[in-house]
Design a protein. Structure first.
Length: 397
């Protein structure tokens, strides 16, 4: 197979491959960018695999960075763009179920491709667009199949994260995991506990944001992977229900976590514990807590002015999205109008400052902050006008 029209990202990178080849080495585009180009999807990072060893690559280009030199990866900085270039390699055993104990550089493309996870990712492409397919990845792509390269049992024992990648690809690509690969996931699901939560989280969020999350979620549940994710064990019913409800991928990380915490009926302290176990950022936890409270209210009624204000323009759409997934009518236009009609959108718009309160006789300290917070609430809820004189009068009353 030869691709006649390559995306611009490949065209810009062609001189890099040509430089390597002119020096007598092999070089190919590999990985997801090749797969997605064939599927007609937008590509992101362009990765290169080569028979040249790292020191040989560094000798061919003026500017390189050793991003993963022990594993054969060098970043080539060419025309302002960085291209990760990795030497063909074979790998030994994986005692930690994630990284090979030893990497051996080789000159064989076949040796390199056979260590890849799935056939649809084991494709290489020459700089002129000719696709090298040694494991029938093109056929699997045509049939919309996800199949492990070689022995599926070995692939997942080598790197247990590949199991989450399989269900994630099922969601992202709307592909089917073939039976032997699916059975191998079920047999090795417990190995997911060997993987850092941060890595599992990346695949999990991509699954929820995929084009057919129902497909990925169903595989996630059927293979038992759900049992080995933080705090999912007691929420089997809620997760199973979500399989039926989530017909389209969620819009963001915040929406994904808010959907889960709302579906799991977690309160604010429970959300903190849950998301800490998933190693999420504190800022994310705060946003999810606010959006979850709003989604809970939308499931049974309307949002108050204060709830709208707390959510703001960023989280109102999230709360509405989650409530809509869980069965309520879409009220985004109404909520957006109600938010816009609030007296203020941010506390910076409050017609009084801490300095002005001190000039009015309020002593600095915690009391000052509490008074400002009360004035903010009174203005948002329409009790007081957002006028300096009225606010000062209220404080001095």
């Amino acid at each position: 197979m030869k691709l006649e029209h390559l995306p611009n990202e490949f065209e810009l990178a062609r001189p890099v491959l040509q430089t390597i080849e002119q020096a007598g080495y092999e070089a190919y585009f590999v990985g997801g960018s090749v797969r997605d180009t064939i599927l007609g999807k937008t590509i992101h990072d362009v990765d290169i695999a080569t028979s040249a060893y790292p020191n040989e690559i560094k000798g061919l280009f003026k500017r390189t960075v050793d991003t993963g030199i022990d594993h054969g990866t060098v970043m080539i900085l060419d025309h302002g763009t960085g291209y990760e270039t990795t030497t063909f390699r074979s790998e030994s055993t994986y005692t930690d179920y994630r990284r090979p104990d030893q990497v051996t550089f080789v000159r064989s493309l076949a040796e390199d491709l056979k260590r890849r996870d799935f056939t649809i990712n084991a494709l290489a492409m020459k700089e002129d667009g000719e696709v090298i397919d040694l494991f029938n990845g093109l056929t699997d792509m045509q049939n919309h199949d996800i199949r492990a390269v070689g022995d599926a049992q070995e692939r997942f024992h080598e790197d247990a994260l590949r199991m989450m990648r399989a269900v994630r690809f099922a969601s992202q690509l709307d592909f089917t995991i073939v039976p032997e690969t699916r059975d191998a996931i079920a047999a090795h699901a417990q190995l997911l506990t060997k993987i850092a939560v941060e890595r599992t989280q990346v695949e999990w969020l991509k699954l929820l944001m995929g084009q057919t999350p129902q497909r990925g979620l169903q595989d996630f549940m059927d293979t038992g992977l759900w049992q080995y994710c933080p705090d999912f064990g007691e929420h089997e019913t809620a997760l199973t229900d979500l399989v039926q409800r989530l017909q389209h991928g969620v819009s963001s990380e915040i929406a994904a976590w808010t959907l889960l915490t709302t579906q799991f009926a977690l309160d604010t302290p429970e959300i903190t514990v849950f998301l800490k176990h998933w190693k999420t950022a504190n800022q994310t936890i705060t946003a999810v807590q606010t959006a979850t409270t709003a989604a809970d209210h939308l499931l049974v009624g309307d949002l108050t002015a204060w709830q709208l204000y707390q959510c703001g323009a960023e989280l109102v759409p999230v709360a509405n999205e989650v409530a809509t997934i869980l069965g309520t009518p879409d009220r985004l236009n109404l909520l957006t109008s109600q938010l816009a009609a609030l007296p203020i959108q941010h506390k910076k718009e409050l017609a009084i400052t801490g300095k002005e309160l001190m000039q009015a006789g309020i002593q600095p300290g915690p009391q000052l902050g509490a008074i400002l917070g009360d004035l903010e609430f009174q203005v948002v809820t329409g009790v007081l006008p957002n006028e300096t004189a009225a606010l000062v009068a209220h404080v001095n009353a």
